[in-house]
Design a protein around this ligand. Structure first.
Ligand code: LLP
Length: 414
């Protein structure tokens, strides 16, 4: 696959040995392509080459251990959004010093764990959180490195559920109050402000919101310098979108170039927390047609063995994912409602999709599901979580997470 996010979406994973994988692990199953992840990471890292930078992969996008380890081996740091994600990062071999800790509602127990471990930075979301961090750090006789998450009041122009940079969103502190809060933090024993953080949303397909946010942050950094507060990094979060429907989105190279221009003048390290842009196009959900039904004058349904339990994005955001037959039958394309087996009418992967004739047993792939796919799966309707398979070096593949069993599912119950 060409190393840019706007080339043919999901094409590389489709070349994987899907028949053999389905025969071995069954369906539904997530299948990931290591080469696609390597190429995305390599493209972004190279494009940032001329400024000091650190990529902290956003674990929330896909935190299966083998994927997290792959990113670590590529040289990435980690962005954790809960103490669970911090523990995953540690088990994947990350040094605490390469983990940033974000999240709008960190509990005191979570903060304490991060402080004791000595993570690279805690991205604090409020004055109250700064105070809690200071108190905990002093109690442990240490100083916590913090960055303040600033809310720049910028519309990411993405889906409202995943836009986070408006004043009305719950995230961060208004940029106007940031300068005073930094002065206060710098004077507070137990706190060492080392960076500034912003993240205006996810699946952002125009560079403008990202560059506007960067501009405002750079102004803040300059103000802080005048106040004698010297930071070491600017963390611009994640957010770059991928093309789910083939429309053009900025490539990783264009994204990097746009951000580097703004931040280079500060001389600070540019930190990014990309998730989707690194792993989204590397995965597909492999599923089988269970039933096909058609009513006179009504739609034709293809019912799959995967649904909103395995992939929530279409039901939750109305998100579009490409859907293809793995071994297309000959015959005219026909419109299908591609749906899951759950007892909800929102359990639809695609409406009115033109597909070759489908029959029960056919393999279908739901594309670009490497990010926010498996991690958002649930066991609703007592459906065990699907297995995950990582393909590497052409056709070599291994199960990186086995299918959950009914016994696993019930193991916690009395
Ligand atoms: N940093 C912070 C502070 C974040 O909140 C997020 C994502 C990221 C980095 C990574 O963003 P990315 O590069 O992946 O856009 N479940 C939704 C996406 C939620 C994103 C939440 N925060 C979806 O399926 O589209």
């Amino acid at each position: 696959m060409a190393p840019s996010a706007h080339s043919s979406v999901g094409a590389a994973p489709l070349a994987l040995p899907l028949d053999a994988i389905a025969a071995d692990v069954g369906t539904p199953a997530y299948v990931y392509d290591a080469a696609t992840i390597r190429s995305a990471y390599g493209e972004l890292d190279a494009a940032l080459g001329r400024v000091p930078h650190a990529l902290h992969y956003a674990l929330k996008a896909n935190s299966t251990l083998a994927i997290v380890r792959l990113l670590r081996e590529l040289g990435s740091g980690a962005d954790a959004n809960s103490v669970g994600e911090i523990e995953v990062a540690l088990r994947a071999g990350f040094d605490p010093a390469s983990v940033v800790f974000t999240g709008v509602g960190k509990t005191s127990a979570e903060l304490e764990r991060a402080i004791v471990l000595g993570v690279k930075t805690i991205n604090a979301e409020s004055p109250g959180e700064l105070q809690r961090i200071a108190t905990l750090a002093r109690a442990h006789g240490t100083t916590a490195r913090v960055a303040l998450r600033v809310n720049p009041d910028i519309d990411a122009l993405s889906h409202p559920h995943i836009s986070t940079g408006l004043r009305t969103n719950k995230f961060g502190v208004p940029i106007e109050s940031a300068r005073a809060l930094y002065r206060e933090a710098a004077a507070t024993p137990g706190l060492q402000p080392t960076g500034v953080h912003v993240h205006v949303g996810s699946q952002i397909t125009s560079l403008d919101p990202l560059t506007s946010a960067a501009r405002r942050i750079v102004e803040l950094v300059q103000d802080l310098r005048e106040d004698g507060i010297a930071l070491d990094h600017v963390d611009l979060g994640g957010g770059l979108g991928i093309s789910y429907d083939g429309s053009r989105v900025p490539s990783l190279t264009e994204y990097a170039a746009a951000l580097v221009d703004g931040v280079a003048s500060t001389g600070l390290t540019l930190v990014l927390e990309p998730g989707r842009a690194l792993v989204g196009a590397a995965g597909l959900l492999l599923t089988r047609v269970v039933d096909v039904k058609e009513y006179p004058g009504g739609p034709r349904f293809a019912i799959l063995d995967a649904g909103m339990t395995e992939l929530l994005r279409p039901a939750l955001y109305g998100a579009f994912h490409g859907i293809v037959a793995v071994a297309p039958r000959s015959g005219a394309l026909q419109p299908y409602e591609v749906v899951g087996p759950l007892c909800e009418s929102s359990d639809i992967f695609g409406r009115d999709r033109l597909l070759p004739p489908l029959q029960p047993g056919d393999l279908v792939a739901v594309l670009d599901t490497g990010a926010y796919g498996a991690v958002m799966a649930s066991t609703y309707n007592r459906r065990p979580l699907p297995p995950e398979v990582l393909v590497d070096e052409g056709a070599r593949w291994r199960v990186i997470r086995r299918r959950q069993t009914i016994d696993d599912l019930l193991a916690l119950e009395a």
